[in-house]
Design a protein around this ligand. Structure first.
Ligand code: CAA
Length: 269
């Protein structure tokens, strides 16, 4: 399988599995990730996602250059569309998604990590947007998400020079928020995701949705949206459970995903 899907407790683990080509993304890999996301969406017990790469060397070395080399502009656009749709879907996915960046995250691989909610890197990981060295530009959202996640200055440095940076520089730039020894990375990512999986699913999804709005749109409207959503949270069983658990000094037991209504009408007695 070019992309593996496994369940680890309440976490769905997606592993890009083409290590011979450093997990470079082909159209079929992108389609398979989409199918796995369909499956995760249909599985209420899978409450968080971790994405990583197979092999010792790479998370993902970008879009598959062999596949793209002879593409016409129309074909290139169709491929970029596939990539954009996938990255948008991950960014908007109603469950938290953690990138466990175990090696090279270049081009489309860096863009894949950027679409995730939390990025954790191995100390050996390297990041970059080397498209410029191929005579093209980033095509899976890198011209936008890198600057939004880090800073305009850092993003311009990476996209214009095509240079790679190591995990420590990525940490300082805010491109990742955790760095671990490579051999510990997956366990740490699964541990973090398991913690997220135990959280209140509706509130997590809404927090993600609202936070995604932070750097776009109308600030006042986004704040109004937060106000409405905060109020709605008080119509969920998870709000009562979370606050009761705090006051009773116990760990909360939040509702199953099926029991976390999208319309937040689940008031309990
Ligand atoms: N596409 C296709 N194959 C790739 C690949 C890619 N993006 N990256 C690596 N590979 C393949 C290599 O061709 C090589 O295959 P063979 O053994 O058949 O020759 C194999 O993976 C191992 O790679 P290297 O021999 O190059 O390994 P290295 O240690 O010498 O270098 C590297 C590692 C620095 C990551 C180098 O492989 C590299 O620069 N890869 C390309 C990175 C890149 O330019 N990514 C951007 C792609 S364009 C893009 O992603 C556009 C977009 O935004 C959507």
């Amino acid at each position: 399988m070019p992309v593996d899907l496994e369940r680890r407790g309440a976490v769905a683990l997606l592993t890009l599995n083409q290590p011979k080509v450093l997990n470079a993304l082909s159209p079929s890999m992108i389609e398979q990730i989409e199918q796995h996301l369909d499956e995760i969406e249909g599985a209420p017990a899978a409450r968080a996602v971790v994405i990583t790469g197979a092999g010792e060397r790479a998370f993902c070395a970008g879009a598959d250059i062999k596949n793209m080399r002879t593409a016409s502009p129309i074909e290139a656009r169709a491929f970029a569309r596939l990539g954009h749709d996938l990255m948008d879907r991950i960014e908007g996915f109603a469950r938290p998604v953690v990138a466990a960046v175990n090696g090279f995250a270049l081009g489309g691989g860096c863009e894949l990590a950027l679409a995730c909610d939390i990025r954790m890197a191995a100390d050996s990981a390297r990041f970059g947007q080397p498209e410029i060295t191929l005579g093209i530009i980033p095509g899976f959202g890198g011209t936008q998400r890198l600057a939004r996640t880090t800073s305009l200055g850092f993003a311009k440095d990476l996209v214009l020079t095509g240079r790679m940076v190591d995990a420590e520089v990525a940490l300082r730039a805010g491109l990742v928020t955790h760095v671990h020894p490579r051999e510990e990375l997956l366990a740490k990512a699964l541990e973090l995701a398991e913690g997220l999986a135990g959280g209140p699913a509706w509130a997590l999804a809404e927090t993600k949705r609202l936070t995604n709005l932070a750097l776009s749109g109308d600030h006042a409207r986004n704040l109004a949206n937060e106000l409405d959503t905060f109020a709605l949270a008080f119509a969920t069983p998870d709000q009562r459970e979370g606050m009761d658990a705090f006051l009773e000094k116990r760990t909360p037991s939040f509702a199953d995903i099926d029991d976390s209504p999208n319309d937040a009408t689940g008031e309990t007695a």
